[in-house]
Design a protein around this ligand. Structure first.
Ligand SMILES: *Cc1c(COP(=O)(O)O)cnc(C)c1O
Length: 365
């Protein structure tokens, strides 16, 4: 077979003449041309202006693919704690779901059903007293989940008898940047406990010192971003119980379990940090970190229906049904949630325990 390569090369470059690539004949590339002959080879990649002409899909693919070669290798990136390896089945499901819009629950009711199942499963994993009726949702990441939880605390504080007399505040330790974003965007004071000496996290004493009648919540982190340490949720809850007894301040806890929420239940099941503590009203966790889902999946779960104020639930009419939504985003891909469900079904408690155990041994060396 005379190769397309040869035919095109001789057409493009003449017989032995040396021709600069930018003098390659106009219109010479066809859909079957090799990528090397494509128009993009002789031109810089479009960067600032919207391209005027179309190019062949293979050429466009090669161009984008090659641009991405300059990135780091994600398998060597341990810094974001996010998932960088998935089973082939997960890739298949992602491919099958790329066109399913998570928000369009009427059109894709089964996708919505998988999300609801995951909400109940995660609520159960975090020892909800009533997992079958748990309220919660998937989000793009723990940042969105944290913002929703913060908004619920804010809305809740408006409902309780105790009226705020100033700017609402949240008490926390060395939190993730998402809490700073929440505080700034939604006008909440972040009372961050500074690290001191060997104490690299919050302590019950330091928490109580900063609580007052304007405190809408305390946010311990299960798996601090710098050290992956667990902040002592139960001890903090006890200290807040005492505070309530002494001063009548009933302050809820939200646990930012972005990383620890899918670690502690599997390898430290006796650690009490979750809904076993009545004061813990909501928890977020990143499915795409140790939950092993592909990037773009986290969870926020409220303890009981009444802990998620109705103000935060929206009923969308334009997509056919009247299904309530909680998340901040509208259109969002469904594959991550389908794959999270796959992971739960595929691994179960035992499988996750094995994976997490193996990973923690690797980390400790
Ligand atoms: C990673 C992380 C977040 C942010 O989560 P994303 O899923 O990356 O948005 C928030 N809090 C903590 C403690 C984290 O480790």
């Amino acid at each position: 077979m005379e190769s397309i390569w040869l035919r095109n090369l001789s057409e493009a470059f003449g017989n032995g003449d040396i021709v600069r690539p930018d003098t390659v004949k106009e219109n010479s590339p066809t859909l079957t041309d090799p990528v090397l002959l494509s128009s993009f080879v002789s031109k810089p990649a479009p960067k600032n202006e919207f391209p005027k002409e179309e190019i062949e899909p293979r050429a466009a693919y090669q161009l984008v693919h090659d641009e991405l070669l300059l990135d780091g290798n994600s398998r060597q990136n341990l810094a974001t704690l996010c998932q960088t390896w998935v089973e082939p089945e997960v890739r298949r499901l992602m491919d099958e779901c790329f066109d399913k819009n998570m928000i369009d629950r009427d059109e894709y009711p089964q996708m919505a059903e998988l999300e609801s199942r995951c909400v109940r499963m995660v609520a159960d994993l975090w020892n909800s007293p009533d997992a079958a009726n748990a309220r919660g949702c998937s989000t793009a990441g723990s940042s969105e989940a944290a913002i929703l939880a913060g908004l619920a605390l804010k809305a809740k504080s408006r409902q309780v008898a105790r009226k705020l007399h100033g700017k609402p505040n949240l008490v926390c330790g060395p939190v993730h940047i998402c809490w700073h974003k929440f505080a700034r965007h939604f006008d909440v004071e972040l009372r961050q406990i500074p690290c001191e000496g060997n104490r690299l996290m919050m302590s019950p004493e330091e928490v109580v010192k900063r609580c007052d009648e304007n405190t809408i919540g305390v946010v311990p982190t299960l798996g601090l971003i710098f050290t992956l340490q667990y902040e002592p949720v139960q001890a903090i809850a006890f200290a807040l119980d005492d505070l309530e007894e002494e001063r009548g301040l009933d302050i809820p806890i939200h646990v930012d379990a972005a990383s620890g929420g899918f670690v502690a239940p599997f390898i430290h099941p006796d650690l009490v940090w979750d809904f076993r503590i009545p004061r813990v009203k909501s928890i977020n966790g990143s499915g795409h970190k140790f939950g092993l889902a592909p990037l773009g999946c986290a969870w926020v779960i409220w303890r009981e229906a009444r802990d998620l104020p109705d103000d935060l639930i929206f009923r969308v009419k334009y997509l056919g049904g009247h299904v309530p939504t909680i998340g901040l985003n509208f259109s969002r891909p469904g594959g991550q949630v389908a794959c999270q469900y796959y992971n739960f079904v595929r691994l179960g408690l035992k499988g996750y325990a094995k994976v997490t155990q193996a990973a923690s041994i690797l980390v400790r060396g």
